[in-house]
Design a protein. Structure first.
Length: 440
């Protein structure tokens, strides 16, 4: 309907324009005829012809106008029909437009939300990628920890088994501990009892601190020395018969020719104060022990000579073991006293020092060099082993001589003198050692 009206309007406009044009042309012609009368005459015919042509065109246009009028009416009817349809469509359009605008607003909101979600998605994606990396690192750490866990679990199981075994062992040891504790108490009491006896053993080893025990020890030692020398099957005490003057010479010769000087071996003893085990090399050996090892120190050799003289002693004879001790050390010797003839005769027998009342025994060895020069050497028997001394004598390589320290006289049979006082005897013995080792 609307479109038909528009078409009719256009046709009317065309006709109006045509009429205006026609009127303008006519006015122009009349004006031109007035202005150019001469031209109008000449052109009248052409204008008539043009008029006729225009009349024909007008008729044609009038016909077309009628056709257009009819078309206009038809289009106007169509417009009315379309306008009746346009109302609902316009209403629908309005609704659709409102819905569109609502949807457009929603789209704007959704777009804004989308952008926000996109930004959040980007952030979440970055966080996700970081979490993936962290997850991978944690997974690697987890796998390492799992491996360590398995290792630790195996070790734990092994430790549990070991613990159970140790627990069983502990329980067994605990039972043994209680048994041993009871035994310890018994042993402790025995130890305390035995430690009292240790003092007696230490006394034999020269390591006791009890002066009363030392005094009792020497009395027992001298008695045991006599018993031990009597038990030696290699020694016949009948060899040493005679007066004390004869016997001291025999015993001295026998001792220095069959034994020699040596230090005692180290022995262990228990310190009575600290109650710890220590070692010392100064012990008492009985004559049978000295005879077995064929050597001894000064107290051992003096005790050996003492035991023989005491075992073969006669009435009126007394024998003493004496100790001379100073900053330079200690010296043991035997002092024999004979009172059988009413006059005291003193003899100092010191085998370790090769000293008998100022006389010593030596092995004279004569040596000749390649030039024929001869020289004598004196060897002290206490410095030579028993086997070597026997070989020297049996092979004739040495001669036994006696040497008097005061005069320097030498002989194969000494003229032994005796002292008439203990002071004289001990003084000469002291001076002998002072000349050799210095002041004691």
């Amino acid at each position: 309907m609307y479109m038909g009206e528009e078409m009719a309007g256009r046709v009317v406009i065309v006709i109006v324009v045509a009429l205006i044009v026609l009127n303008a042309v006519t006015s122009y012609l009349f004006f031109a005829e007035h202005q150019r009368s001469e031209m109008l005459v000449s052109e009248h015919r052409s204008l008539e012809e043009e008029y006729e042509r225009l009349g024909a065109q007008y008729s044609e246009l009038e016909r077309k106008h009628a056709e257009l009028q009819e078309e206009y009416s038809r289009l106007q009817s169509e417009l009315q029909r379309l306008l009746s349809t346009y109302g609902p469509l316009h209403s629908n359009y309005t609704e659709l437009k409102a819905s569109y605008e609502g949807l457009l607003n929603e789209l704007t909101v959704l777009k804004s939300g989308y952008e926000d979600l996109l930004a959040e998605y980007t952030a979440l994606k970055s966080s996700y990628e970081a979490l993936v990396k962290e997850r991978d690192a944690l997974r690697a750490e987890y796998e390492a920890l799992l491996k360590d866990y398995n290792t630790l679990r195996d070790r734990y199981n092994a430790l549990v088994e070991e613990y159970n075994a140790l627990k069983r062992l502990y329980e067994a040891l605990l039972g043994e501990y209680h048994v041993l504790k009871e035994q310890y108490e018994v042993l402790r009491l025995e130890y305390e009892h035995l430690f009292e006896r240790v003092k007696h053993v230490n006394a034999w080893k020269g390591a006791t601190l009890d002066p009363l025990l030392v005094k009792g020890l020497f009395a027992e030692l001298l008695s045991l020395a006599v018993e031990s020398v009597e038990s030696i099957s290699d020694i016949d005490l009948h060899w040493f018969e005679g007066t004390l003057h004869e016997r001291v010479l025999k015993v001295f010769n026998f001792t220095v020719n069959n034994l020699y000087y040596c230090h005692n071996p180290y022995v262990r003893y228990i310190d009575e104060v600290m109650r710890t085990v220590k070692a010392r090399n100064e012990v008492f050996m009985l004559p049978n022990e000295t005879w077995r090892v064929t050597c001894g120190d000064c107290d051992d050799l003096s005790l050996f000579a003492y035991a023989i003289l005491k075992a073969t002693g006669r009435p009126g004879e007394r024998f003493y073991i004496i100790l001379m001790y100073g900053s330079g050390g200690g010296l043991y010797s035997l002092v024999a006293v004979d009172t059988s003839e009413g006059v005291k005769k003193y003899y100092v027998v010191d085998p370790a020092g090769n000293f008998l009342n100022g006389v010593g025994v030596f092995y004279k060895v004569t040596m000749t060099n390649k030039d024929g020069y001869t020289r004598d050497y004196g060897l002290s028997p206490v410095d030579i082993s028993s086997e070597l001394k026997r070989n020297l004598v049996e092979l004739g390589l040495a001669e036994v001589v006696f040497y008097e320290y005061r005069t320097g006289a030498k002989s194969t049979t000494p003229l032994l003198r005796y002292y008439v006082s203990a002071f004289e005897a001990l003084d000469e013995w002291y001076r002998y050692w002072e000349a050799r080792v210095g002041r004691l």
